[in-house]
Design a protein around this ligand. Structure first.
Ligand code: ADP
Ligand code: MG
Length: 416
């Protein structure tokens, strides 16, 4: 029997709270798993930023990445490590780099998802470049924005085709507002999208590997109240629908960690924003749901490290398109997409692994989330975001919500 250590790298930016809790819980778990002939233990380490030789071997088995969507030295190190050492990373950096909101809308439209009607329009302004004037003079077709607006109908949303974090998003109520918003939109390429207004429900479904959590979301609430704490707000079939759609999106793009926003109208859930491959992980927004995220992250990263999960070398969309092109109802297509996606996430193998090796995680986490270490992690994050006079109040608020999660969970644990 050989003793092996699997190393999990945390590639971090401004993250404070979740890595503290992730590392502490991994230690508490104190795993020594019998895998085949070996005993496997786990270590987490924060990845440093430094020059690297392209031939330097990668010292990690898995990397959880929170940085590379904007920090490109780390992104290139990760890409190199996948190519040369089969490093497993959440998320696939090439997919993250090239799939904007626009690509995700087009792909899921092809699969038949009920995405609201969307147009892409050329930008209002341009950065100067040598070829700009002849290109636009020759090929830019004059268009009537008002007509496009009327075709989509009001209210509609104008938002960047590659958007995130609500930047540059405008709700538009009529033609006049549309012209004004476009005139002020600058160099960004924009979508115009049919507004699902009013909506009867707003859900963020977070996926981490083959684990899902649907959160009731209030976009009009202050940041700390947007993620609602109710747990039974969806029927079983609605929840399954949202999970299925998120699972297919994540498997299709090779994203292990992503969230999908959907709005309910006339009995149908419409995904509107699902290119979020570096989702919010902070206790200051997730609070009640934060322990779920930490546990899900641990389960999937431990599984990937223990089994030496290999990165996919292609996304093979044809398998999905072959189903999309059949003349069958969307529900049947979705079921077939789910089947492919479950295989891609190795759902059954993962669940068997968790049952065999991580059965004590819920209990250990339940105790851990009542410790001063957690309270201090919350405080550190709150200190980074809030003015001094609010630190105590908000630290207590998020702490109380995590304690509330413990109460709700202990009910669930004692029932099971
Ligand atoms: N089609 C839509 N119908 C209704 N509300 C929308 C629509 N598109 C965007 N919104 C609102 O605007 C917010 C930001 O838009 P979103 O597409 O999520 O952009 P981002 O990627 O910046 O989060 C959404 O959370 C939602 O509240
Ligand atoms: Mg969004």
């Amino acid at each position: 029997m050989t003793q092996l250590t699997r190393r999990i790298g945390l590639s971090l930016g401004a993250d404070i709270c979740w890595p503290i809790c992730y590392e502490a819980l991994l230690k508490e778990l104190d795993l020594a798993l019998p895998i085949g002939e070996d005993t496997v233990t786990f270590e987490a380490e924060r990845v440093s930023i430094e020059p690297f030789d392209l031939m330097r071997p990668c010292e990690y088995d898995v990397v959880i990445d929170r940085l590379t969507h904007w920090y490109h030295t780390s992104r290139e190190w990760i890409k190199k490590s996948i190519l040369t050492d089969d490093l497993y990373v959440f998320n696939n950096p090439w997919s993250l780099q090239s799939m904007e909101k626009q690509t995700t809308y087009c792909a899921m439209l092809r699969l038949g998802f009920p995405i609201p009607r969307t147009w892409l329009i050329p930008p209002k302004a341009y950065a100067e470049s040598a070829d700009l004037e002849p290109t636009l003079r020759r090929y830019a077709k004059l268009f009537d924005l008002g007509e496009i607006g009327d075709d989509i109908g009001y209210p509609l949303y104008m938002k960047p085709y590659d958007g995130g974090a609500w930047v540059g998003v405008t709700a538009i109520k009529d033609r006049e507002a549309l012209l004004k918003a476009y005139n002020e939109s600058g160099v960004r390429v924009m979508h115009l999208q049919e507004g699902i207004v009013p909506f009867d429900g707003f859900v963020r479904c977070v996926g981490l590997g083959p684990q899902w959590r649907c959160v009731n979301y209030d976009p009009d609430a202050p940041l700390h109240d947007r993620y609602q704490m109710d747990v039974d707000f969806l029927s079983a079939s609605e929840e399954q629908r949202l999970i299925d759609m998120t699972m297919v999106i994540n498997a299709f793009f090779g994203w292990d960690f992503n969230s999908c926003e959907s709005l309910l109208s006339k009995g149908e859930w419409h995904p509107i924003d699902f290119a979020n491959a570096c989702p919010d992980s902070q206790v200051t927004s997730l609070h009640f749901h934060f322990p779920w995220l930490i546990k899900a992250n641990l389960r999937w990263s431990i599984y990937c490290a223990a089994t030496k999960r290999r990165p996919n070398t292609n996304l093979n969309w044809r398998e999905y398109f072959d189903i999309a092109d059949q003349d069958i109802p969307f529900d049947e297509k979705l079921a077939a997409y789910v089947e492919i996606s479950r295989k891609r996430f190795d759902v059954e193998d993962f669940e068997a692994f968790c049952a065999q090796h991580l059965g004590h995680l819920d209990e250990v986490a339940h105790h851990y989330f009542a410790t001063e270490g957690v309270r201090n992690a919350i405080r550190e994050k709150v200190e980074a975001l809030y003015p001094k006079h609010e630190v105590e109040e908000f630290t207590e608020l998020f702490w109380d919500r995590i304690q509330h999660w413990r109460d709700v969970e202990s009910g669930a644990l004692s029932k099971s």
